[in-house]
Write a protein that binds this ligand. Structure first.
Ligand code: BGC
Length: 302
């Protein structure tokens, strides 16, 4: 579906996920004739801007994972400056080839190349033509998607939920709570379950990893609330599998004993690279399908 006013299409994940065949690892610098497709993945969070070059057959970073703090205030212009610095670092390292597409995960609802909500990022993002701004700034094809959706895609294709059918729900616990809902391998985009009402508040304000620290809750007390939130989600969506991702997946052992869901819970396997890998997958798919935004002027620096 395309936006009638801008002709920007919805991100390629709407076309459904295709699991690529696994391949042998390649050398760090891509050689001539090496056909494994690569793309740039960018993951914008409330605290960090992270990027890397991803081998899309392996679902792995082949470059270093470059990270800078998210600038405050996190306006589009300030964040775009940091993204440009991070990508320049990858270019200088020789990881980026000419015209290599990029995908970018952002913390908000993504529609037609723009955010329509922004909970953990500056409100100036809402309705700014971010996808086109990024394509122009980086001089390459770019597509944007919701950060949890792209991380979930990476887990579904390469990680904890590889090949899982049925209803699979990934929840990312970080600055906020992100959600990615899959039905038989197909993403239902922009679900935003972190904003369900919980005890009269936005759930992520009480239950995200950042909220737990801010409220100085023990794992036991926090997990009691998180368990209640999961019970509510089970009631609404009846997932067959729940994946816990984000920072909350690294410390899962501290609270797993308090959770009583019917559905099994597994932790994300790609850890802090899921967002980058998923964004790169989206970037490559959109470039192939011709749905990425193209730069007004292409980069000549790589
Ligand atoms: C945003 C989501 C995002 C999540 C994790 C929430 O505040 O609304 O879009 O996925 O944070 O970053």
């Amino acid at each position: 579906m395309a936006d009638p006013t801008t002709s920007i299409a919805e991100p390629a994940y709407l076309a459904g996920a295709v699991v690529p065949a696994p391949a042998m690892s390649t050398s760090p610098a891509q050689e001539v004739g090496d056909a494994a497709p690569r793309a740039i993945g960018i993951d914008i969070g409330g605290t960090g801007v992270k990027a890397g070059v991803v081998d899309l057959e392996l679902g792995e970073l082949v470059s270093p994972r470059v990270r800078r703090p998210t600038p405050q205030p996190s306006t589009p212009d300030a964040v775009l400056d940091v993204i440009a610095v991070v990508i320049d670092e990858l270019i200088e390292g020789g990881w980026v080839t000419y015209g290599m597409p990029a995908g970018c995960g952002l913390p908000g609802v993504v529609k037609f190349g723009r955010l329509t909500t922004a909970a953990n990022i500056d409100p100036d993002w809402v309705n700014a033509p971010v996808q086109q701004m990024l394509a122009d700034r980086l001089g390459r094809p770019v597509v944007i998607g919701n950060d949890a959706d792209v991380a979930g895609m990476a887990e579904l294709l390469f990680g904890a939920a590889r090949g899982e059918m049925g209803t699979v729900l990934m929840l990312t616990l970080g600055t906020g709570i992100g959600s990615a809902l899959f039905v038989d391998g197909r993403l239902v985009p922009n679900t935003e379950l972190g904003h369900l009402q919980f005890h009269g508040k936005d759930a992520e304000k009480l239950l995200s990893a950042t909220a737990r620290e801010r409220r100085k809750l023990s794992w036991k007390i926090w997990a009691k609330d998180f368990n209640e939130y999961l019970a509510q989600i089970e009631l609404y969506f009846g997932p067959d599998l729940i994946i816990v991702g984000g920072g909350g997946s690294k410390v899962y052992a501290k609270y797993m004993g308090y959770l009583t869901t019917r559905a099994p819970i597994v932790t994300a396997r790609l850890l802090n690279s899921a967002g980058i890998v998923g964004a790169a997958m989206l970037g490559q798919a959109a470039a192939e399908q011709g749905t990425a935004s193209l730069p007004a002027v292409e980069s000549t620096t790589d």
